[in-house]
Ligand binder design. Sequence first.
Ligand SMILES: C[S@@+](CC[C@H](N)C(=O)[O-])C[C@H]1O[C@@H](n2cnc3c(N)ncnc32)[C@H](O)[C@@H]1O
Length: 321
Amino acid sequence: MKASFSRGSIALYHADCRVWLAEQEPNSIQAVVTDPPYGLVEYSPKEQAKLRAGKGGVWRIPPAIGGSKRAPLPRFTVLSDSELTYLFEFFSEWANLLIRVLCPGAYAIVATNPLFNHVVSQAVVGAGFEKRGEVVRLVRTLRGGDRPKGAESEFPGVSAMPRSGWEPWLLFRKRLEGTLADNLRTWEVGALRRPSDDEPFVDVIPSGRTPRAEKRIAPHPSLKPQGFLRQMVRAALPMGTGVILDPFAGSGSTLAASEALGYRAIGVESDERFVELAASAIPQLSAIQAADHSAVSVHMWGQGTRDSREASPSRNGESRQ
Ligand SMILES: C[S@@+](CC[C@H](N)C(=O)[O-])C[C@H]1O[C@@H](n2cnc3c(N)ncnc32)[C@H](O)[C@@H]1O
């Protein structure tokens, strides 16, 4: 398969990642950092056409608040049992294809959603991966917190579900060959890279919403911020060597983060419009100075982080980011 876009150490393919994975050599990729479609249906051609036509569908288009337009939010809470079964089957198939292509000890860092992470975990572990915990990305989204629909004034003191203040990024690993040290020597993977020799990698990471400047460069409905992605990408290659794969590349933000760090990366994206977007966005995203939220972590368990202060829904309207 020929790359649709390549630049230096980065290549992007326009394909269904399942087809692409089936064509790859075994043990050829060292890490995955990816943000799949949580509900799968929201990135189907039918739902994307409805979103682009402003007709909603599975995408809820929230009313403007205080004059500022809010971004569409997928309605995952309404997924039916059969859609959840489809989600499980999709991730089982995906994980079975992926495990063959990854080197022993390779990490797969997979963004999910508090409503579905159990489904994704069950499918990926079922394919033979080990679960190695999860990273909590602290970010105030607009998900949840609403009063019961149609009965808001009857139940003013009730939230149907929590207003979400975090996003799970699941950590999976292909089983090691021998000990961790053996695996590191042979395959150069099996562990997570420390931010510095004195600091371990930690699994709660303060993160802001995706900055407006990044959204202007890459107007994808699920754009993730460079500040957070660069930390995930850096951690995924413990020796700083190897290839990062993003099989659901969207606007190419993982590839841009990899390029910014000097890593090699491959992306796969099934929607032609996002492939075109990624080709123009990657050079610009990789060049930006990413926001640093590390100062927040010191006070993470205190009365309020910089993130929570920033997270006024009336000022910002992102859905998933
Ligand atoms: C949640 S978005 C990722 C957005 C990305 N994090 C970013 O910052 O731009 C998931 C992407 O996966 C793509 N996608 C869905 N199914 C796919 C498949 N089977 N193979 C490859 N890409 C797929 C969608 O078109 C969508 O762009």
